[in-house]
Design a binder for this molecule. Sequence first.
Ligand code: SF4
Ligand code: ZN
Length: 761
Amino acid sequence: MSRYIATRAIRGANAIVAEADALLKKAIAEKGADTPVAFPNTAYYLPVILGMLGHEASKLADLEPVLDHAMRMLHPIPDAEVWTPYLGETLDSGMATLLAEEVIEAVRFAYGEEPQAYPGLVLAGSTSFTSPDNGGGPSTDGHLNGPIDDIQLRSWGIQLVDGRMPGFAAIVGAAHSNEAAVAIVRELQKRNILTFLVGNVNGRSMIDQLVEEGVEMGYDTYIVPFGRDTISAIYPLGFATRSALTFGGMKGGQWRDILLYNKFRVFAFVLALGEVDDLKYATAAGAISYGFPVIADTVIPEILPTGITRYEHVISMPWKEIEGETEEEKAVRLVQKAIEVRGVKIQITEVPVPVPYGSAFEGEVVRRADMRVEFGGKNSRAYEYLRMVDLDEVEDGKIELIGPDLDETEEGGFMDLGILVEVAGRKMEKDFEPVLERQIHYFVNGASGIQHIGQRDIAWIRISKSAAEKGFNLKHFGDILYARFHGDFGAIVDKVQVKIFTESELYAEWLEKARVAYDERNVRIGTMTDESVDQFYSCTLCQSFAPDHVCIVSPERLGLCGAYNWLDCKASFQINPTGPNQPIIKGDIMDTEKGYFSGVNEYAVSASHGSVSEVAVYSIMENPMTACGCFECIAMLIPEANGIMIVSREDTSMTPAGMTFSTLAGVAGGGLQTPGVMGHGKFYITSPKFISADGGFKRVVWMSSILKEQMADQLNEVAEREGDPDLIEKIADETICTDVENLLKHLQEKGHPALEMEPMM
Ligand code: SF4
Ligand code: ZN
């Protein structure tokens, strides 16, 4: 253990704990000990304090024992002559620092000072502070992110479990130059690593550098600017702590388990860019306790022996070291080193296009002003169609552009575009066509500077000027699709060829054919019922985080995350027969109405390691399906209304149950059966099997307005099917009421059917 680092970490810890103490005393004097403290939209209080100490801090007075604890972890600043350093002192200092930092942020919230202002900044995607009145759209501008809410944590959780997102990087400080800053985040984005930005060097932050270079930040681009000070590093560590609490099923106070969980399951690391001061050393020591190594771009003493982290603890890779290397080359080297030291598993398919490529670019928006050309939208049409053909009809790797390329259109113009992907494979099935076709959206979006929205014949694609300047052309769509279908679906796809039509006759001819196929598929999916198949599928993908949870996926009930339906699971089983999606033979039908099947029960017992003995596939009141944490919606009984409410995870408002989505999620998740509460996928709501044992869709008395908007057409069809065309209007939402009293008033006024139905309990 480096004596130098220990000394500086101890010094940093002593200073920050004293600062927190002074700040807290002042706050209590000015605002009173009972002033509430909370991070917004989370059920985990102040997460590091909750995780490490088990304290549910909710008012200023609750922070006093936290600081007492931190003070007990402090060590005297060592006398260089006599002192022999040991790792424990550094780690104690790190933990004391984190507790103090979380106290400071909490006090800032009590004063209404968070999130930090950043005039002019607009973040891509919603943030914790998205105002509810813009329906979860782009954030209100002018603020840094502040803490991540539980909703975002869960939605990233699913990407972390299925491997799309290999881990996260916390960047502290500022890069050597703006060019270096961009190069580093691009390297991380390419690998789909989530990037958290905090801190500054002499007042300059990496956030400033990226703003100056026009790099889009926000949840959608995997770059989250937390704050311009080192203290904001508490947010990435709070995120890590909550991962263990949310997905690992740990409870507050299980600090040792939480730290080990992070060491083995959360692939995170710290990049310390620029000069490292005492507070940064102390904070880095806190990160090391979680098993997160620190890689610095300056000369600092290294801590090589392993133990707390899996490999080295602290690595120094001076930016200036190699003469003649470009900033990009240095960035690659730094990021690669970090990945190696942390043992992050990266699987990426090399995609031969002239722009950066990776799923971190999926959320990028191409604005009209930055657009070179667009396909679909208002002025033109774009469609995509994937079909299966015989093996001898496909010339693998053949990519044809039939018609003019984009350079024949004026800048900012539009064109019609058709993309036909033909695949063949011995294990390919007609049923997999829609599963694969849906991937086109993700694959195309992965290219930086390309925006893809929609699917089928309502696709809408934009190519940015900068992508076109780098040489991106229409054939590159084919290159992307070829590489990704082979890379991701090689088990079912042996050959792939792509035709891109801009020539009007062929374009029109294939649009006709595509539409015939879309219609056929609609009919096929629409007629597929749970009765029409003899096997369901399991999904245990989330078990790496929620060890006892299993989703039972049937044709009429998709997985609760909304990402896997029965056909997806079937395809996934073909791709990986020992993977997370296994066929479940239904077996004896013990109860058609409630949905008890002998095969499902047997499977549930073994997959949940005995924690669940029976599952009623169609009921919320009796042995409902368990939930991990990724559910799109939560349904919950409202006894007074004799019905249920459905809250969408995009909805941050209060609900008639007296809890917000975040708080409810704590009740619904964790792989436990709780009668009356159920996590589920959005589209399950429209299924005829939606809680059919308990009366079905007519039981819905309250529903987040965003669901009503997003699924307006489908919900109207459901209302027709239920024989009550005005049903949707009778269902309340958060704009009508958020308490039971007004809910009942609304239901009575509108004559909601649930009031007349037989009692739910
Ligand atoms: Fe997780 Fe269920 Fe989605 Fe599978 S279907 S990824 S288990 S939530
Ligand atoms: Zn899950």
